[in-house]
Every structure is written in C-alpha cells, then in structure tokens.
Unconditional design. Sequence first.
Length: 211
Amino acid sequence: MSGEKRDFDSAAATWDENPGRVKMAHDVARAVIGTVQPGPAMDVLDFGCGTGLLTLALQPHVRTITAVDSSQGMLDVLDTKIRAQKIANVRTRLVNLEKGDTLTGPFDLVVSSMTFHHIRDTGMLLDRMAEILKPAGRIAIADLDSDEGKFHDTNDGVFHNGFDRHMMMKSFEAAGFSSVRNRTAAMVRKPGPSGEMRTFTVFLMTGKKGA
C-alpha cells in the first residue's frame, strides 16, 4: 500500500467515462435505498462524493444532500451537473481531513462509497461521523472486501487493501453504532495486468447511532 496521494483533480474530467465505475455507484445506490430507505425528511452527508454518482442517485429521495470531497476537481464536475440539471437540494463542500478540515452536522444519514480505503484512520472517521449524526441517525458505508491489493491499478493514496467485514463491524460498534448489518452491494469485474478478468465485491455496512 502506498501513502502517496492520488491526483483526483486531474482524473475528475474523465471519471464518469468508466462504465464499470458508474454501474457500481448505481448498484451501491440501490443497496442504500433498499436497506436504509431514505425519505423526504432526511438531510444526508455523502462523504467522498467524487463526481456525485451516488449523490445524484440518492438526491430525489431525500430533503438535502451535502456532498463533500477533498478534490476540488471532483466537486467542480458535480457542480456542473447540479447547474445543468437545476438541482436545488444538493450543495458541495471541500473537506480535506488531512489538512485539518472538519465535518459538521447534524445529519439524518451519512453515506460513503469507495472512500474508506483512502482514509488512514477509519476509526477516527467513524467516531466523527457518529458525532455529526442526529439521535438514531443512520450510517451506510460501501467499500471493497479484502482484495489483496489487486483492485487498483496504482495504490497511490490507498491505505487499506479492502476490509474484512467482521473487523469493520467491530469498528462500527466501537464508534457507538448499533444494529450493524452488512450485505453485498455490488460486484466489479476488472482485467488484471495480464488481461485476465478478476471479480471484486463491494459490501454495504449499515448501522444506527446509539444503543
């Protein structure tokens, strides 16, 4: 694993051109909607929103979404979509935890997809997410099952080669979440270095704030 930061700003313009990435985001959105059942009274935080693939899939179902990312380039792409589609209930915010930025709330639901493996201290992030949730607020995190470091073409900015679901459940519980559940949200097929197709699974872990 590498601690070098990936340049997401330069990748933003062509990010949505990967059909597998778009399909995975839609699969995760369906899993979130089916599991958490977001509603029109909910204020939502999408952490690590990227170009807003998950944000915009959830947007019609909720009152507001605050989409945060550490890449201004990614947020610029999402802002362009928001303006083009005349969406009124989504706002973007640049947040870089490594530079001392903080998450503020409160929210009814916090979601995040394919971002946790880029976070050095996931336990600290879960603690902060619990703090900004309203009482009985929900959390829904999607990320890779343990992948032996084979998912990414480059491991720049990757601090975890996926996650063991049992260990992630323990991390949720340590942060004060109850009713922790997990399911498979998506399956991703990607070619390896020699062209052979590999299959990776993405889990969705959910929980509720409080006992």
